[in-house]
Design a protein around this ligand. Structure first.
Ligand SMILES: [Ca+2]
Ligand SMILES: [Ca+2]
Length: 120
């Protein structure tokens, strides 16, 4: 009987904390985004070369503007390829722009609002 009581108490405490994390955290956003972006890595070397980036189908980029210019901005160390760190930086930047209330998670509403906006 006492055990049941403790379990109930535990559920009550865990409840509100779980409600706050109903949105998507940065780490989840980055792992999902990384998986999507790395589809462009057609030679499988774990990096996205300039040619691989610009060869992506227009629809997949989800961005307005010139893909080559976008690449040059993302390739911060100017070695001609996007590595994991540069991709994570891009995704962190997108995440920060989408997180309208700055609580560190993206709700469905925040992701919806970002759709249709140009990414940079
Ligand atoms: Ca680079
Ligand atoms: Ca948010």
């Amino acid at each position: 009987m006492r055990m049941f009581f403790i379990l109930m108490l535990g559920a009550t405490i865990a409840g509100p904390a779980r409600a706050q994390t109903g949105g998507m955290a940065l780490a989840d956003f980055q792992s999902a985004g990384r998986a999507r972006l790395m589809q462009a890595d057609t030679n499988g070397d774990g990096r996205i070369a300039r040619a691989e980036w610009t060869a992506r189908p227009r629809g997949a980029t989800n961005a307005k503007g010139d893909p080559a210019r976008m690449f040059d901005r993302l390739d911060t160390n100017k070695d001609g390829a996007l590595d994991q760190g540069e991709i994570d930086a891009l995704l962190a930047h997108r995440f920060a722009r989408m997180d309208a209330n700055r609580d560190g998670t993206l709700t469905a509403e925040e992701r919806q609002a970002a759709r249709g906006r140009a990414n940079d």
